[in-house]
Design a binder for this molecule. Structure first.
Ligand code: UD1
Length: 360
């Protein structure tokens, strides 16, 4: 059995790091295609190095562009690869433009498609990620849902075939990584903070990072938190942080370049609070028992909010400040990890092939 894994952005490298060794263990020959959506060393190579992800067999070098141009360019460059390789299945992850490009090309070539993280919905079609998720799910052969909520979303959209509730590879990896962290991770000293007394912040989404007024309101809130703030800055927001004087003249915001995966988990685990517009960090904070404030008005990770470990603050500075100081809830953490999500995914792929001779 031969598969092609299509990745391109940070969260997909993390997910591929969990699945790639399991595919190999089950004797599946997988080749990675990197679209090039993320290309800076600290947005891409560090993940391959640190998480020991196999080298991509193909790098498409697409880079940054508008939504349509980026997605279209990925499709143009991916199609000949899939025609040449004729894999038994294409695997895509999550909700980025890379996900959608991989899904569209596979579907049009009638190659079975496996979507890992199927069924997640924020119900906000203004987010490119929501559009990518919905479209990908509707052309997928295998829909690997992380939760029952995600499976129910698929059911409500009329998708009844090929849905497997398998768990979440990112939760498994966050859990396993946190268990292995030293008590005093070196990154805390490097960034000049002590355990439990800082806010760890990331902001990168178009809705929060492309509007200068909105971004300034967030920075204003961070300055009023009354605790050190470590801001791991996506390249998209770095110029705005510099222009706003973040990190100079005693400013409580300390700006750092994007961190590696293990560094990120270390910073989340030891934070007083995580403040973010990322989807993945909401879950990672919940897994590690750290309160999270999400700078959005919707989330696809509804379990984090229902459990009280995450709150949706939008971008109102007063709400951000007061919610960042709320105590940790006494409710159970919303996600459990048995570390076996990847095994369930690969078993389902192999089972389908064994049952019908071909996984289509
Ligand atoms: C993408 C995903 C988002 C995911 C995020 C993870 C989409 C629609 N969004 O958002 O769901 O949470 O990745 O990080 O696919 N840039 C660089 N260097 C890089 C990559 C990007 O400088 O290596 C800058 C460029 O200015 C680029 C901007 O960041 O225009 C945005 O990058 P893009 O890949 O379009 O989306 P992300 O915001 O990273």
């Amino acid at each position: 059995m031969r598969t092609i894994t299509v990745v391109g952005a940070r969260p997909q490298f993390v997910k591929a790091a969990v699945l790639a060794p399991m595919l190999a263990r089950f004797g599946i020959a997988d080749s990675i295609v990197h679209t090039g959506q993320h290309y800076d060393r600290n947005m891409s190579d560090v993940f391959f190095d640190e998480l020991e992800i196999p080298e991509p067999a193909y790098t498409l070098g697409v880079g940054s562009a508008s939504q349509g141009v980026q997605t279209g360019e990925m499709m143009c460059r991916l199609e000949p690869v899939l025609i040449k390789e004729q894999p038994d299945c294409v695997i895509v992850y999550g909700d980025t433009n890379t996900t959608l490009a991989g899904a569209m090309v596979s579907a049009k070539l009638c190659i079975p498609l496996a979507h890992v993280e199927a069924g997640c919905r924020s119900f906000d079609r203004a987010m490119p990620e929501e559009v990518n998720r919905v479209l990908t799910d509707h052309v997928s052969t295998f829909l690997f849902a992380p939760t029952e909520v995600a499976a129910a979303n698929l059911y409500a959209e009329g998708i009844r075939q090929g849905v497997h509730v398998v768990g979440d590879v990112t939760i498994d990896l966050a859990h396993a990584t946190a268990e292995r962290l030293p008590v005093q991770p070196e990154i805390l000293a490097r960034l000049g903070v002590r355990r439990g007394v800082y806010a760890f912040v990331t902001v990168h989404r178009a809705s929060t990072a492309n509007d200068v007024i909105v971004f300034e309101r967030i920075v204003d809130a961070l300055r009023r938190l009354g605790m050190p703030v470590i801001f791991a800055a996506h390249p998209r927001v770095r110029p705005m942080l510099d222009a706003l004087g973040a990190g100079v003249n005693g400013d409580p915001i300390r700006v750092t370049d994007p961190l590696s995966y293990v560094e990120t988990i270390a910073m989340v685990k030891n934070a007083r609070v995580v403040i973010t517009d990322s989807g993945g960090l909401q879950k990672e904070a919940a897994v590690l028992g750290v309160p999270c404030v999400t700078l959005r008005s919707s989330t696809e990770w509804v379990e984090t909010v229902r459990s009280g470990w995450n709150v949706l603050a939008g971008t109102d500075p007063n709400a951000i400040v007061s919610l960042a100081h709320r105590p940790a809830p006494d409710t159970p953490l919303p996600y459990v990890s048995d570390g076996r999500t990847a095994e369930r995914i690969v078993s389902a792929l192999i089972g389908a092939r064994n049952v019908i001779g071909n996984i289509a």
